[in-house]
Write a protein that binds this ligand. Structure first.
Ligand SMILES: N[C@@H](CCC(=O)N[C@@H](CS)C(=O)NCC(=O)O)C(=O)O
Length: 396
């Protein structure tokens, strides 16, 4: 049986009110959303040109694969980049209550791992990280904001699932952070297993995978619980800090983050239990595959930069002197290949991204590295060459 947490409530109520989790400033009025074209024309005729084989290939340089004729662009293709450029800024849907990922301080400045990916996109498009408007969104608001055209991209600790990919008129483009759901309890409750939460009240946020996974996992173990459901992270963690629930659950990254702003972080433990897979990453609206590619390859550029040892500091010199063919293509240093043009961007777009935010490891360390308040070991968020899951397809 779970005991009440009234004593804790007296101790933490005031400091919690002072904690750094300021409410987000009122969002600037949305620019009238451009009508969203959600119909995707998928039928395209592909004319493949077959070139005759050269008579003697023994000494020849590798023959590039014949370029297929460009398919007709489906409607919607290129519209997002055009609209962003005309507007002069990217509108990024973000979190404002999760330090280390997406957070707004009392001066209105946004920071975090997800925020850096908004900046990476602004660098890819404008070579200027300031050309972003951050639109704070709760879990419940986020998909409608993307679907309606209020935001260009959603970069807000959002878990990739099948129904989210199919039911929201939007697609996930990549995983930037592999996470899993966890549970946090007060240390003095001496709880170590989910089974010890039988009969507990558990704080959870509305509109999240968290809510659904909790139900699945408790049912699978035949455990009873009362969910205490809140609109946003401040509500969820505020209630937990006041002792109104026995445990709080969300992505482990969210638990580490929010524990860091509890009055006494060391008084809380994250159980050694993982309730789910939570692959987090950006999402774009259906219908504009150019924009999908831009967001996806901007993410891949940060993975590839880490793999190739390219950093914010050395990117210019690597671009000027590195002889590795893929590095030269990535950085727009190959005279014959312009990968940026394929995306509708400048030839040096990836240089601008890396110079602005660094490679994946630099982004990670800045926000979640050992010297931050939200330190999370990289674990599977390492490159595949280091035993992790991060892997960029080739820049070719
Ligand atoms: N990854 C999960 C959970 C994401 C989520 O919204 N987590 C909460 C708890 S940390 C959050 O970020 N809340 C911040 C807010 O609503 O402002 C999902 O995509 O549903």
């Amino acid at each position: 049986m779970i005991r009440s947490r009234k004593v804790l409530s007296l101790l933490v109520a005031v400091p919690m009110a002072l904690a750094a989790c300021a409410s987000p400033p009122a969002a600037a009025p949305a620019a009238p959303a451009a009508p969203v074209e959600v119909t995707r024309i998928v039928e395209v005729t592909r004319v493949v040109e077959v070139t005759a084989a050269p008579a003697d290939t023994s000494a020849a340089a590798p023959t590039p694969a014949p370029a297929p004729a460009a398919p007709a662009a489906p409607s919607g293709f290129g519209e997002t980049l055009k609209a962003i450029k005309a507007r002069g800024k990217l509108i990024c849907g973000v979190n404002s209550q999760v330090p280390g990922f997406g957070f707004v301080d009392s001066a209105g400045a946004f920071s975090g791992f997800d925020i850096d990916y908004c900046k990476a996109l602004a660098a890819a498009i404008f070579n200027d990280v300031n050309k972003v408007e951050y639109r704070p969104l709760t879990a419940e608001q986020r998909f409608a904001a993307l679907q309606s055209g209020e935001i260009d991209v959603l970069i807000r600790n959002t878990t990739w699932t099948l129904t989210r990919d199919t039911d929201n008129g939007a697609n996930f483009v990549a995983t930037t952070f592999y996470d899993g759901q966890g549970i946090m309890v007060p240390k003095d409750a001496n709880i170590t297993k989910l089974e010890e939460l039988d009969g507990a009240t558990i704080c959870v946020q509305k509109g999240t995978t968290t809510e659904l996974n909790l139900a699945d996992q408790m049912a699978a173990r035949n455990l009873k619980y009362t969910p205490a459901v809140f609109e946003d992270a401040n509500g969820t963690f505020g209630a937990y800090a006041e002792g109104r629930c026995d445990a709080v659950t969300t992505d482990k990254s969210g638990l580490v983050s929010r524990r860091s702003v509890l009055p006494n972080p060391d008084d809380h433990v994250i159980l050694d239990v993982t309730l789910s897979k939570e692959p987090l990453g950006p999402m774009v609206r259906h219908g504009d595959d150019q924009w999908f590619d831009i967001v996806q390859w901007t993410v891949f550029a940060t993975f590839a930069a880490e793999e190739f040892g390219i950093t914010a500091e050395n990117v210019d010199s690597v671009a000027a002197s590195d002889t590795r063919p893929e590095v030269r293509r990535l950085l727009g240093a190959d005279e014959k290949v312009d990968l940026g043009a394929k995306l509708g961007l400048s030839k040096d777009w990836a240089v601008n991204v890396i110079k602005a935010v660094g490679n994946y490891g630099e982004i990670y360390d800045r926000n979640l590295g050992p010297n931050t308040k939200t330190a999370i070991p990289r674990g599977i968020n390492n490159l595949y060459t280091q035993g992790g899951l991060l892997y960029s397809p080739p820049f070719r």
